[in-house]
Design a protein around this ligand. Structure first.
Ligand code: GLU
Length: 468
C-alpha cells in the first residue's frame, strides 16, 4: 500500500458541478494511480448554508461517476473538539492570540485602508494584549511579519508569498467554530493527507495553511493547484454556459464514462489521445501533464464523446438505461431484455447522442397512434402516393413474414412500376410508420414493428391522405 492519500472536501452548500467533479476525479485518479487512498470530507462548518440535501446529492453524483471513496465521509461539524484542541495548543505556545476588535471597528479600518489605497489587513491591535477568552473574541494566528513562504506547486512550480502580504488571520470564531483555513489544515494534518489537488482559486490560501502546519510542527502536504475551467466564450465557467450540476447531466442522458472521459481531458492531456478507458486513465494520470493554462468547457465535445460511449455500450445495458427515459415520454417497458426491444435499441444506437435522444428516437415504436410532424406529412402524405401505399398494404398482407430481402424487392418493384425513385416510395412509408422523415433503416423498422402494426399505420396514413 502506498502512502499517497488525497481528499475531496466539498462544502455542502450546493450541488456538485463540473469544476468540483473534475477536482474529485483528479484526486481519485492520483490516489488510484499510486495505489493510495481517496477520502471524502464535508466542510460543513457554515451551518447556515450547509444542507443535508447537498451532502446527499454530492455523494450521489460521485457514486454515479463511480468515484468511490475509501475513507469517510467525514464531517467537520462533528470534529469541533479536535479543532478546539489544536487551537488551545497554538494559544499556549503563543502562536495564536485572542482579539477583541469588534466587527464594526474592523470594517471601519478596512474601508479606511481601501480609501487610502492600502491593502486592508488586520493591524495587530490585540497582538500583544495577552487577552484570554471572552464573549465575541476570535482567535487569530500570529503570522510571521517578515520573510516569505514558498508554495512548491506541483503544477506551476514555486510561488513565493511575502509575509507582509499576509495578516494575522482568524482561526476560531467566537462561537468555537473554526474558519476554513484552520479546519482544513487540522483535517489534512490529522487525516494524513499527502497531496492536495484543488482549484487555483485556493492558491492564495496555501501560504497561510503552510504556516499553520509549520506552527504545529508538522510537514505540509504537497500542493497542486489546477487552473480553472472557462466557458466556451473564455469567461469563467458559470450556469450561463449551461454548466449544470453533474446529476443534471445524468438526467439528460449522459453516461458516466463519457462524463469522466470529458472531465479528465479538461486540463489534462496525454499526447493527443481523446478516448480513455477507466483503466487507462488510472494508468496514465499524472500531475505533470496538467496544463498550466485554463481549460475551456465545450458542450459539443461532451456530446460527441457521449455519442461515442453510447455506440460502445453493450446493447443490453443501454436497453436498461433507456427505460426510465422512455417512461418520461409515457412509454412503459416491462422487459428490457425482450428481443424486439433490444432490436429497437440497436436501431437507434448509432445515431443517439444521449439516452434522452435515444428515447425520443425510439418512441414511435411503442405508441398506439403516430402523430405526424407537420412538414413531413405535408411533403410526403399526398394524394398521388395513395395508390402506391394501397398496393404496399396488399402486398404486405400477402407476405407470410417480413424479410429484408423480400421487402426490398417489393419496394423496388413498386418504384419501378410507378416510375418513381425508391426514396419517393420509402419516405411516405417512413412518415406513415414513424411520423418523421429521419429514422433508422426502413426495413429494420418494419421488422421491429411487425406486420400487423406496419399495415395498421400505413392504413392510417391512407385515411389521413383522404381527409386532407
Ligand atoms: N471546501 C473547500 C471548497 O469546496 C475545499 C478547498 C480545499 O480543497 O482545501 O472549495
Amino acid at each position: 500500500m502506498s502512502t499517497v492519500k488525497t481528499r475531496f472536501p466539498p462544502s455542502p452548500t450546493g450541488h456538485l458541478h463540473l469544476g468540483g467533479a473534475r477536482t474529485a476525479l483528479f484526486n481519485w485518479l492520483f490516489a488510484r494511480h499510486h495505489g493510495g487512498t481517496f477520502l471524502l470530507r464535508f466542510e460543513d462548518t457554515d451551518r447556515e448554508r450547509s444542507k443535508q440535501e447537498y451532502v446527499d446529492s454530492i455523494k450521489e453524483a460521485l457514486e454515479w461517476l463511480e468515484l468511490f471513496w475509501d475513507e469517510g465521509p467525514y464531517f467537520q461539524s462533528k470534529r469541533l473538539d479536535v479543532y478546539a484542541e489544536f487551537a488551545r495548543k497554538l494559544l499556549e505556545e503563543g502562536k495564536a492570540y485572542y482579539c477583541e476588535c469588534s466587527p464594526e471597528v474592523l470594517e471601519q479600518k478596512r474601508k479606511q485602508a481601501l480609501a487610502e489605497g492600502r491593502k486592508p489587513k488586520y493591524d495587530g491591535t490585540c497582538r500583544e494584549k495577552g487577552l484570554g477568552p471572552g464573549p465575541g473574541r476570535v482567535l487569530r494566528f500570529r503570522c510571521p511579519e517578515v520573510g516569505t513562504t514558498v508554495v512548491e506547486d506541483l503544477i506551476r512550480g514555486p510561488v513565493a508569498f511575502d509575509h507582509r502580504e499576509l495578516d494575522d488571520f482568524v482561526i476560531m470564531r467566537p462561537d468555537g467554530v473554526p474558519t476554513y483555513q484552520f479546519a482544513v489544515v487540522i483535517d489534512d494534518l490529522t487525516m494524513g493527507i499527502t497531496h492536495v489537488i484543488r482549484g487555483d482559486d485556493h492558491l492564495s490560501n496555501t501560504p497561510k495553511q503552510i504556516l499553520l502546519f509549520e506552527a504545529l510542527g508538522a510537514k505540509p502536504p504537497k500542493y497542486a493547484h489546477v487552473p480553472m475551467i472557462l466557458g466556451p466564450d473564455g469567461t469563467r465557467l458559470s450556469k450561463r454556459h449551461g454548466a449544470q450540476s453533474i446529476l443534471a447531466y445524468r438526467d439528460e442522458g449522459y453516461l458516466p464514462q463519457a462524463m469522466r472521459n470529458y472531465l479528465v481531458r479538461l486540463g489534462w492531456s496525454y499526447g493527443d489521445q481523446e478516448i480513455f478507458s477507466l483503466e487507462e486513465m488510472i494508468e496514465k494520470f499524472d500531475l505533470a501533464r496538467i496544463s498550466k493554462s485554463p481549460a475551456r468547457f465545450d458542450p459539443d465535445k461532451l456530446l460527441a464523446l457521449n455519442a461515442h460511449y453510447i455506440r460502445q455500450e453493450d446493447t443490453h445495458r443501454l436497453a436498461e438505461l433507456v427505460v426510465p427515459f422512455l417512461a418520461k415520454l409515457g412509454v412503459e417497458i416491462k422487459n428490457p431484455a425482450d428481443e424486439k426491444f433490444l432490436k429497437a435499441v440497436e436501431s437507434v444506437k448509432p445515431r443517439a447522442r444521449t439516452l434522452k435522444e435515444m428515447a425520443e428516437m425510439m418512441r414511435f415504436y411503442f405508441v398506439d397512434e403516430i402523430t405526424y410532424e407537420e412538414k413531413a406529412a405535408k411533403k410526403f402524405l399526398k394524394p398521388e402516393i395513395a395508390p402506391v401505399l394501397e398496393e404496399i398494404v396488399k402486398a404486405l398482407e400477402g407476405m407470410p413474414a417480413f424479410e429484408e430481402k423480400a421487402l426490398e424487392d417489393l419496394f423496388r418493384g413498386l418504384a419501378e412500376k410507378h416510375q418513381l425513385k425508391l426514396k419517393h416510395v420509402a419516405q411516405p412509408v417512413r412518415v406513415a410508420l414513424t411520423g418523421r422523415t429521419v429514422s433508422p433503416g426502413l426495413f429494420e423498422i418494419m421488422d421491429i414493428l411487425g406486420k400487423e402494426t406496419v399495415i395498421k399505420r400505413i392504413k392510417k396514413a391512407l385515411a389521413f391522405i383522404k381527409e386532407h
